[in-house]
Write a protein that binds this ligand. Structure first.
Ligand SMILES: *Cc1c(COP(=O)(O)O)cnc(C)c1O
Length: 328
């Protein structure tokens, strides 16, 4: 299938590993991990795959400045800062935070990578983040720059192709490894990763279950958001897809204390998996999602699947600011 154009930024294919001891502890099911935390160092995580398509669109439009947004520890904002520096572009990041943030984790890297950071309150962010980014664009454009706005998480039609392409990569790896994954699981924070995988799975008739575990909001919110992403994406490739909204399988119940907030139990789980498998998950996304996945399996809710592929979507840098919350 002919996808929109992209630039090459991610270190792919990322490897797929079996989590032997975790799988054994869960009984008759094999858990594999796709190491998208290893898409690169500065660009580590899932966002760089989306940026390959978004930033290509920016370049095709003659833009020289990337404007995007996220939480103070946003992995997406940090990856955007890294990509901008790599390509000789400018990055403006609008980050939400309550008070004076500590210069640590992703926020520290944003600054190291030379991004311009604008801080806004959570209230302002929720009320009007897209308006704030448009104002920044208007102001900078009037001074001779040309800005391209990337929405939160690069989760829109164009960004979704990053994971459309990742689905093709998974299919090749299945062939090489002689394995077939019944389900692909990942955390859902803004829906673009899910959307891309879902779209490729549909258009290629792969017939896999695509299982998202939301780390904010609720299942219904993300089903609607993902429908919008899919509608936008199919326009780029002149295709139609038919599906029922129930096929957008989002498992709610693992947000915990709220987006970006961790419970003792969640941090203990991250510690347990790290010791068991040598794989470090992050507190905001992958820790919650993997905890949710294992709980669902233990409750017998994901029966009749033999092989599940979990996408490790990254987040390593946001682990360090939460070091003091761990009980080690
Ligand atoms: C952004 C992010 C996610 C969520 O992906 P979406 O495409 O936004 O749903 C998951 N894990 C990590 C580490 C992320 O940074």
């Amino acid at each position: 299938m002919k996808l929109p154009e992209h630039i090459v930024l991610a270190n792919v294919p990322t490897k797929i590993e079996k989590l032997e001891r975790l799988s054994n502890s869960l009984g008759n099911i094999n858990i594999y991990v796709k190491r998208d935390d290893q898409t690169g160092t500065e660009v580590s995580g899932n966002k760089v795959r989306k940026l390959e398509f978004s930033v290509k669109e920016a370049l095709l439009n003659g833009c020289d400045t990337l404007v995007t947004c996220g939480g103070i520890q946003s992995n997406h904002a940090r990856a955007t800062a890294a990509v901008a520096a790599k390509l000789g572009m400018k990055a403006v990041l609008v980050l939400k935070c309550d008070k004076n943030p500590r210069l640590e984790g992703n926020y520290f890297l944003d600054k190291v990578l030379g991004a311009k950071v604008e801080l806004i309150t959570p209230e302002e962010y929720t009320a009007n983040i897209n308006g704030v980014m448009k104002n920044i664009k208007n102001e900078l454009d009037s001074c001779g720059n040309k800005c391209y706005i990337i929405p939160e998480g690069a989760s829109n039609g164009i960004g979704a192709f990053g994971y459309f392409k990742a689905m093709e990569e998974i299919k090749r790896q299945e062939y090489e490894m002689g394995i077939s994954f019944d389900g692909i699981a990942m955390s859902v924070g803004s829906g673009g990763t899910y959307g891309g995988l879902f779209l490729a799975n549909k258009l290629y008739n792969y017939g896999k279950r695509i299982i998202g575990i939301n780390v904010s909001n609720n299942a219904e919110y993300f089903q609607n958001k993902i429908v919008n992403i899919l509608n936008e994406a199919v326009n780029y490739i002149n295709k139609e897809i038919s599906y029922s909204i129930d096929e957008i399988e989002i498992i709610d119940g693992y947000v915990g204390k709220g987006y970006g907030l961790s419970s003792r139990h969640e941090l203990d789980f991250i510690n347990k998996i790290a010791k068991m498998e040598g794989v470090v998950l992050d507190p905001v996304y992958t820790g919650k999602a993997m905890l949710g996945l294992t709980k669902e399996i233990n409750r017998g809710k994901l029966n009749n699947m033999k092989n599940i592929l979990f996408i490790h979507t990254g987040g390593i840098f946001s682990l360090f600011p939460s070091a003091n919350s761990f009980q080690l």
